[in-house]
Design a protein around this ligand. Structure first.
Ligand SMILES: *Cc1c(COP(=O)(O)O)cnc(C)c1O
Length: 411
């Protein structure tokens, strides 16, 4: 493998042009788009427009004239196209954590008599915390978190389980789950499934409708590039919409919010999952960021994502100075998402030393170096250069310098 191989792959890349849709800092190879996507050019333009013209100029009229009021639905429908959801089932709103509260409540209400919420031990902590909060709120006879390993999951599906809560792609290892097969196995036992798409939406083809998924949540600031703290999204299958209700029944989810009536009447359809006023500025930025996906397919994105990570794996394996890094993500491309995880006892310091040299990766406790491959703005030559920087960090032992072990609040 040489830089010529990387250049050849770049010449054949059908997504080479989307890089121009983003601002990318100089002298940086950004391998952390799985945590915070880069800034799309049109998102920056929209931020100015929404602040200066819409807010600054048109003020309150903008709720109607710029359709601010419909944004949770219109932005939700843009996301729906990326996740295989027909119209009328997806909303952009709140954070994953808050949306999980709404969906967990809705699912538990549909499943009276079944107290268990089953999830995996390695699931993203906020997903588990939200169930724990619900457990202390409702009491364990109504909600009980049960955790299992991946291998035990299917044998743990039984008539006590109300909801199976899973991440589509494991945030540490990058392992991907078979959405269709697992959803089917859960349904066979009368269990509803909530999928967390944080690490798959925008980078992996998803077929929520075709897989008969019940509920889903996902993130706006990772592969959707909506900016720090961008609102998240939720999905409720059409077949549940007539029967579900959720307890965060704020005025935006009311049938007629501007009637100001004293009694809550849920909106028809998925809008009943709205609570408060949408964050118009950040939702506008996400809205503009989503236009980057126009004219390209998720199959193209997926192919490039796997080509980038496979190229990276091969470069690491061929390097004599990188033998201490052990890959914990699946080697089989079909079994992994768009990031790779390597275990190393000094992963934190190594990560800091890389960042100091312009290769931005991240660290996940206790000992994982995580590298994300965002196909919309990474080139194969970037991958090649990032591995050269990793070699320098390891062969020089520079990561041992004390400064690289100082922990920040965000890792
Ligand atoms: C990033 C991420 C979240 C983030 O949740 P928020 O409440 O939106 O901050 C949740 N779940 C998973 C799996 C994630 O990767």
């Amino acid at each position: 493998m040489s830089i010529q191989d990387a250049q050849a792959l770049d010449r054949e890349d059908s997504l080479a042009n989307t890089r121009g849709d983003f601002y990318l800092p100089q002298d940086t190879i950004y391998l952390d788009g799985n945590s915070l996507g880069c800034l799309p050019v049109r998102a920056r333009e929209r931020a100015r427009e929404v602040v200066e013209q819409q807010w600054g100029g048109d003020l309150i009229k903008s709720w109607n004239t710029h359709n601010w009021i419909d944004m949770p639905v219109t932005v939700g429908e843009k996301i729906a196209k990326l996740i295989g959801a027909a119209p009328g089932q997806t909303l952009c709103c709140d954070s994953i954590s808050v949306n999980l509260f709404k969906l967990l409540s809705a699912a538990l209400l549909l499943q009276r008599g079944r107290p268990v919420v089953l999830s995996t031990r390695n699931n993203f902590p906020t997903d588990l915390y939200m169930v724990q909060g619900m457990e202390s709120f409702l009491g364990r006879d109504r909600c009980q978190l049960q955790l299992c390993g991946y291998e035990e999951m299917e044998s743990a599906l039984n008539e006590q389980v109300a909801v199976l809560l899973l991440s589509h792609v494991d945030f540490r290892s990058g392992q991907i789950f078979d959405m269709r097969r697992i959803t089917e196995a859960a349904h066979a036992k009368g269990i509803l499934v909530i999928w967390d798409l944080a690490h798959s939406a925008g980078v992996i083809p998803i077929e929520l409708d075709a897989c008969k998924v019940d509920f889903a949540v996902g993130c706006g600031y990772k592969y959707l590039n909506g900016g720090p703290g961008a609102p998240a999204f939720l999905y409720v299958a059409q077949r549940h919409l007539a029967d579900v209700c959720q307890p965060l029944c704020g005025w935006m989810g009311h049938k007629a919010p501007f009637d100001f009536s004293q009694h809550y009447k849920p909106a028809e359809g998925v809008s009943r999952f709205l609570s408060g006023t949408p964050p118009v500025i950040s939702m506008s930025v996400l809205d503009a960021a989503l236009d980057v996906f126009e004219g390209i397919t998720l199959a193209q994105i997926r192919n490039k994502s796997l080509a980038l990570s496979s190229f990276f794996i091969r470069l690491i394996e061929q390097s004599e100075s990188l033998g201490e890094l052990s890959l914990i993500s699946p080697r089989e491309p079909a079994l992994r998402g768009s990031h790779l995880a390597y275990q190393h006892s000094a992963a934190y310091a190594v990560c800091q030393a890389l960042i100091a040299r312009g290769v931005v990766a991240d660290f996940r406790a206790p000992d994982i170096l995580r590298l994300g491959f965002s196909p919309l703005y990474l080139r194969f030559v970037d991958i090649w250069h990032s591995v050269r920087v990793m070699e320098t960090v390891f062969s020089s032992g520079i990561w041992r310098e004390a400064a690289y072990s100082e922990k920040s609040r965000v890792t």
